[in-house]
Design a protein around this ligand. Structure first.
Ligand code: AMP
Ligand code: ZN
Length: 471
């Protein structure tokens, strides 16, 4: 069966056909974090969805180039930098590092490129210059540069490709300076914001004077630089459809860098929001969780990832702590089954469990129907347990089952606890053992190794250095 996605652009489920004429390579851009705070569990739903799309495309044999930007300059960041009186890089650096740690904890494959907006000011300026040259942007009286929706529409282009817009509500000559605004506030949006006192030391020189970029132009400039003016897939949460993605299309197609007849992006995929305990997350409701909050409650990255992968990306997902408990139980069921299979099989087989593999890919081909894919996996676990219990499974089919699980888990990524889940105390012992070895105190090094073993961890010496593994 062919892979199909719901494309927001056509509002329909469509077969996925890459732009690459060889059909092998795929460009994927997922809007990344705004590094003004720790990413919350809703943000993580969207990033894990991005990781799932990438992993499934790789499972299907595509060579994926995955880009996720780091928004390290926007209105929210400027506000916090101003409030905390911290230099920009110092402020964003902390949240950026936390983001990459969390990405590992959730076992997301690292994107191939994670460009920072502040390192692409030149590309942003060049893109704005193109829009000015094409008559689609203009300088306002305060020196800021705006995108003209009227001129864009007048040039025969469609504004409102992802959402339906009511142009009657738009008052000509109206402009919106802030990065975020509602459909009702439809107006010309800022490409370059001239420096104001609240910006403090955060500004760059430009042909139009000192200032900073608008948020939307950042993603247009970075995505086209790394993936070309036309690429396959652009992802984000549903709140980004308007204005962020609509404005990205207007800027990128307005610059007319695409080959004739080509769009900026072929498939737009949007993830539905995550609710917590049935409500929109908010600090005042006490239902606002970062990943760290959940780790602090004793859950691990595997369990959280597993839960986030339970619902299809287009469905609103209700996240609960009970749900996390059930995730733990479900993973234990899978782990127990795999342990028994390993005992019986001895090693992983070359054969696959063809029906399981086929059910799994049929489900995910259908616009990433994860519920159906998990259904197939749990049917297989039940059936395997039954066969193990009545001794009707031989070593070869156990080995085939294990080999198939490894393939499926390359997509879901919940199979093994990630390295970052090694407790701090255990990591400290590992470091102490390395230090003892370096100092040639082998007696001490061996004693630490035994202590780790007693705590249930063995040391593996790999070419990349020593690491611990659960016994
Ligand atoms: P931000 O860091 O605010 O730019 O958001 C990063 C990503 O998280 C974007 O793709 C948002 O659409 C997405 N997002 C924000 N809130 C939620 C939520 N409650 N559920 C799912 N995704 C979200
Ligand atoms: Zn973006």
């Amino acid at each position: 069966m062919a892979l199909k996605f719901f494309n927001t652009l056509s509002r329909a489920v469509q077969e996925f056909v890459p732009l690459d004429p060889t059909g092998n390579n795929v460009g994927l851009y997922c809007c990344g974090p705004t590094v003004y705070d720790f990413a919350h569990i809703g943000n993580w739903r969207t990033f894990v969805f991005g990781d799932l799309v990438r992993r499934y495309l790789e499972f299907k044999g595509y060579g994926v180039r995955h880009v996720m930007n780091i928004t390290d300059i926007d209105d929210k960041i400027i506000k916090r930098v101003h409030e905390t009186n911290t230099p920009l890089r110092e402020f964003t650096g902390k949240f950026e590092a936390a983001f990459f740690d969390d990405l590992k904890t959730l076992n997301c494959r690292p994107p191939h490129h994670t460009p920072r907006a502040t390192e692409h000011i030149l590309e942003i300026i060049l893109l704005i210059e193109k829009l000015l040259a094409r008559g689609l942007a203009y300088k306002a009286s305060d020196g800021s540069i705006y995108f003209s929706i009227e001129k864009y529409r007048g040039s025969g282009s469609q504004y409102g490709q992802l959402v339906n817009l009511n142009f009657e509500e738009m008052r000509v000559g109206e402009r919106v300076r802030s990065d975020e605004y509602a459909k009702e506030a439809l107006a010309d949006f800022a490409l370059w914001k001239t420096r104001v006192p609240e910006d403090g030391g955060v500004f760059w020189p430009s042909p139009w004077g000192e200032g900073r970029p608008g948020w939307h132009i950042e993603c247009s400039a970075m995505s086209m630089k790394l993936l070309g003016p036309s690429f396959d897939l652009h992802l984000g949460g549903e709140d980004l459809m308007f204005p962020h993605h609509e404005d990205e299309i207007a800027q990128s197609e307005g610059a007319a860098l695409q080959a004739p007849g080509q769009k900026f992006v072929k498939y737009w995929l949007h993830g539905a929001h995550l609710l917590v305990e049935g409500k929109k997350m908010s600090k005042s409701l006490g239902n606002f969780f970062t990943l760290r909050d959940l780790l602090g409650k004793g859950f691990n990255g595997r369990e959280i990832r597993f839960l986030l992968l339970q619902a299809r990306y287009r469905e609103t997902f209700n996240f609960t702590l009970e749900g996390l408990q059930s995730a733990r139980v479900s993973l234990m069921r899978i782990d127990e089954c795999l342990t028994k299979l390993r005992e019986l099989a001895g090693s992983i087989g070359a054969q696959q469990d063809a029906p399981l593999l086929s059910e799994f890919s049929t489900a995910l081909d259908d616009d990433l129907n994860v519920s159906r894919a998990w259904g197939a996996i749990f049917d297989w676990v039940r059936d395997t347990n039954r066969r193990l219990a009545d001794n009707s499974m031989d070593a070869a089919s156990a080995a085939a089952g294990l080999a198939t699980w490894e393939k499926l888990d390359a997509v879901f990524g919940v199979g093994a606890p990630s390295e970052v889940e090694v407790p701090i105390e255990i990591n400290a012992l590992l470091e102490a053992r390395q230090a003892a070895r370096k100092a040639k105190d082998f007696k001490k090094a061996d004693a630490i190794r035994d202590e780790l073993k007693a705590k249930g961890w063995i040391i593996e010496d790999t070419p990349k250095g020593a690491r611990v593994k659960k016994t």
